[in-house]
Design a protein around this ligand. Sequence first.
Ligand SMILES: [Zn+2]
Length: 699
Amino acid sequence: MSKPALHDNPFYHIPDLPAFDRMRPEQAEPALRALLAEAAAAVEKLEQTHEPTWDGLVDPLSRACEPLFDAWGVLSHLLGVMNSDGWRQAHDALQPDVVTFSLRVSQSPLFYRNVLALRDADRAMPTLTGPRRRILASLIRGAKQAGVGLEGEARARFNAIQQELAGLGTAFSNALLDAIKGYTLWVTDPRDTAGWPTPLLAAAAEAARQAGKPQATADAGPWRITLDDATAVPFLKHGRNRALRETLYRASVTKASSGACDNTARVERILALRREMAGLLGYASYAELSLSRKTAPSVAAVDRFSSSLADAAREPARREQDELLAFACAQGFAETALAPWDMAFWAERQREARFAYSEEELRAYFPFPRVLDGLFALAARLFDVHIEADDGAVPVWHPDVRFFRVRDADGTLLASFYLDPYCRPETKRGGAWMDAFHTRDRRPDGSLQLPLAVLVCNQTLPSEGRPSLMRFDEVTTLFHEFGHALQHMLTVVEDSGASGINNIEWDAVEVASQFMENWCYDRATLRGLSHHIETGAPLPDTLFQKLVAAKNYRAAAALLRQLFFGVTDMDLHARYPQPKWTDANAVKCDAAARLLPQPLLPEDRLLCGFAHLFAGGYAAGYYGYKWSEVLSADAFAAFEEAGLDQQAGVRATGRRYRDTLLALGGGTPPLDVFHAFRGRAPSINALLRHAGLENGVRH
Ligand SMILES: [Zn+2]
């Protein structure tokens, strides 16, 4: 049998719109092997012929690598959203060679020497634009941190560490997915569904049908609860059977910590390898290496930031905790303390009592199609961009995936994006994220490549003839990811190395995303988003007022939880190991004792499922969410100052926001971008005000 020709292979030189519908795991390896060989040959040729100029070196080098990295990006995406043994095998087979190739380029002494020469020439007589200068600085730092300065044994060891880390990250992610996939809590007795809201009954029956129980119905069961947020979150909030809540909670906090999916050893190994790598590069810790690429000046500055917020939140959090226990006891709770599996349940009861609405009542107002319309109307109102659905026009990887085009006010096409909205616990990573297949890029022939982004969420499925009814936190998550996508798509930078979200410091990348979440609490926006599934009515003002009043309900506890994640991360990457900590889990316990109002279970194994740190880009960077929120809250405050219901002011501020925060990408330092928008440096006051903590902070 002859080998299938490469020109038919959808991974080989991926076109502007990837042929997702034709991609099969067995095609990935032959295509990427050919692309690896082509890229290696092009790089080698360039090493001989290049000159130390932008057009002679930096630009052709990035173009030489592009077809390979495009295909690798698509393969990694498919592993995340359509996980299967086939995609895993293809990914695992190729990963070592892709890592080797990347290191070979970054470690090339010829390229490095010439990049330095280009920088020095530009210093002597400036010719480069600001964005190009920033790309160059990143290239130089990237080469140093990829070991260009290492020789002999140190280089060999560094490269071995890179390979092992890449493999461990993939293995961590796969084990976590398997652990989630491998767990089911079956509920078969209808009495155990007492208190369940209709959408949870429907989602749990849908999950059961997908797991091979075609007879399952919302009314009669059986019902299947998984560790995926779509069923686990409402189950913990509404399930009256305390023993079942305990079972699910314990499974959730110990996931991927035993048996075939155990990530415990991977966590320790990843941390040890990161420390060793940082040491080889001359950094005192992995955190210092990580911060050298971020806006935060030092570990000490991050520590100060976290502890000042924690100090502001600790007392209010203790009060929240006492009030919750008192409330539960008044309702007949017979114990002396709330167990972890009681927290979400009683907090939801207290919210209902205090603000007289339930989250489930709220979700009837948020059918997914209406939320999308409202979100796109907001984008038009703020930024004068117009988003139209173009489903069916392009190939997708799953029938649920939507496709949209983004146009400027004059009709010019600016970008496109996919949206993969629903949870698929069997094959899709948990959480939500934005990724990019293409970035805005002026090619040598003068043509312009437009951004192509993808938003991935894990929201509640449509069920029994009704559209997906979104929980409010699913709505804010969609806004968040859309904010990332806007920043990627509305860039005006035309050098791919700094356009869109490329080259933005990781602790500033959550500004554009978190900014969008604020609009979920704006009355006009919310009216546009909401449409009761039965009556068609928009969210009534009374319910809106309650939602706003409830916004800061248990805000101190939520803030402390975020800080706990960030502090654990920083302790692990800046200070671990130390004699006082027996293992990485002990670092987490220590941070929990300092920050959380309630102790964790002794068997809690949070780190085994903490993909942000061990299979994502947030190592020694989790603090970036709060760090970015200083800027995102202050940016939103500019709209509040303009008057949220003042159309002209909102438009003008939106235009300025688009022209700065959304346009300048990674080509300008984030604080300069912020200054250009706000006319001043960021202030933490808006964050504290939005969180209701302004009276609690020490100055
Ligand atoms: Zn984000």
